[in-house]
Design a binder for this molecule. Structure first.
Ligand code: SF4
Ligand code: SF4
Length: 360
């Protein structure tokens, strides 16, 4: 059992020598040795690789309702799983060490990771052993390890399990098409209808991109449920919340489930109070009056948090095997593993002057 250096599925060689990653809407253009905004993809000699294929940051077993998903296989249990890296930098993220994940991803890039690794078939076997009916990709943005997600989805389908993709929906049309027919459920955030809100957490994100992705997923036959975490002072204006409700009603349908979750202070938003419960219920009432029939309030949870999970090896088994592969198995970097430009520089190995990552 060892880490795998897997080429990313959506990459494009450009005339200026960079390679563009087309997995999410950052569409990072990377030179040799550079990693994308999510930190999970690296350019090695003109080819992009996923650093986090099979690398597990967190795992848990629980009801599908906790994702939250209420209208797909209600009463079923899912194995939730996540890796490292995210395309956003939300100030109130509760899974910071996972989603921003720089320490873990740096270690992976240096071939010194101590993170757990599971082949897709092994993950599915773990799910079956745990007695669940589905697997949910969550905790950070699944688009950043899409190659693994797709392989797990195929193995899961063969085993009769369904799959849930919990996402910020900042993915390209090309990535969405890859998910169609493989992922059964998209549980997507619609964080705000205000571009300025999105641009604070992701310089390239626009509301229209997110909405296009959510609607595109539904048009492709994926079961969609949406979620808005209401953050006092940031996205709690009634006009904003009603604009989300109206958009869901008009584009996904009056019966499309909308989950309203409570914000709890975290990280850069530690000073922001938890969402008043009455605001959650007032929003539910207004959305119901506007015609949405499935509006749910989740007052006890702000996110699909991993902080209280058991250690990964509680599910995956023998730690001696799980953590055995600390070196990149590819031969391009010899025994040094996958070296980032900055580490090449530090070690005196740089073959070209450092240049910056471009997100154009
Ligand atoms: S941030 Fe998005 S575009 Fe950039 S490398 Fe990561 S997945 Fe690819
Ligand atoms: S809240 Fe979600 S989208 Fe935002 S940084 Fe965390 S994992 Fe990423």
């Amino acid at each position: 059992m060892t880490y795998r250096l897997v080429p990313t599925k959506l990459q494009e060689n450009l005339s200026d020598g960079t390679v563009r990653c087309n997995l999410c809407l950052w569409r990072c253009r990377l030179r040799h040795g550079q990693r994308g905004f999510c930190q999970a993809h690296v350019n090695r000699d003109g080819r992009l690789y996923n650093l986090s294929y099979g690398v597990i940051s967190a795992m848990d077993v629980g009801p599908i309702e906790d994702k939250p998903v209420l209208h797909y296989r209600p009463g079923s249990q899912v194995l939730s799983v996540g890796s490292y890296g995210c395309s956003f930098r939300c100030g109130g993220c509760h899974n910071l060490e996972i989603s921003w994940g720089e320490e873990a991803l740096d270690a992976l890039a240096r071939g010194q990771s101590k993170a757990a690794f599971a082949e897709p078939e092994q993950l599915v076997a773990t799910a079956i052993q745990a007695g669940v009916q589905g697997i949910a990709f969550t905790y950070s943005e699944p688009a950043v390890w899409l190659e693994y997600v797709l392989d797990v989805c195929e193995a899961a389908k063969r085993a009769g399990l369904f799959t849930v993709y919990v996402s910020n929906s900042f993915v390209t049309d090309e990535a969405l098409v890859l998910l169609a027919g493989r992922v059964d459920v998209l549980c997507s955030d619609i964080k705000s209808m205000d571009d300025a809100f999105y641009q604070r957490i992701c310089g390239k994100a626009r509301v229209s991109d997110i909405l296009k992705c959510v609607q595109g997923a539904q048009d492709l036959g994926i079961h969609v449920e949406t979620r808005t975490n209401i953050i006092p002072g940031l996205n709690d204006a009634p006009d904003n919340l009603m604009a989300i409700a109206h958009w869901i009603r008009d584009h996904l349908g009056a019966d499309s489930p909308w989950h309203i979750t409570r914000f709890f202070p975290a990280y850069q938003l530690s000073h922001v109070p938890a969402t008043p419960i009455e605001l959650l219920y007032r929003t539910q009432e207004m959305a119901t009056e506007a015609g949405l029939t499935r509006v749910y309030v989740h007052g006890d949870k702000g996110c699909d948090c991993a902080t209280e999970n058991l250690p990964v090896d509680a599910y995956l088994g023998d730690p001696a095997l799980l953590y055995a592969g600390t070196q990149c198995p590819d031969t391009c970097c010899g025994d040094d593993g996958i070296l980032l430009k900055k580490y090449e520089s530090t070690a005196g190995l740089a073959v070209q002057p450092p240049s910056t990552t471009s997100h154009n």
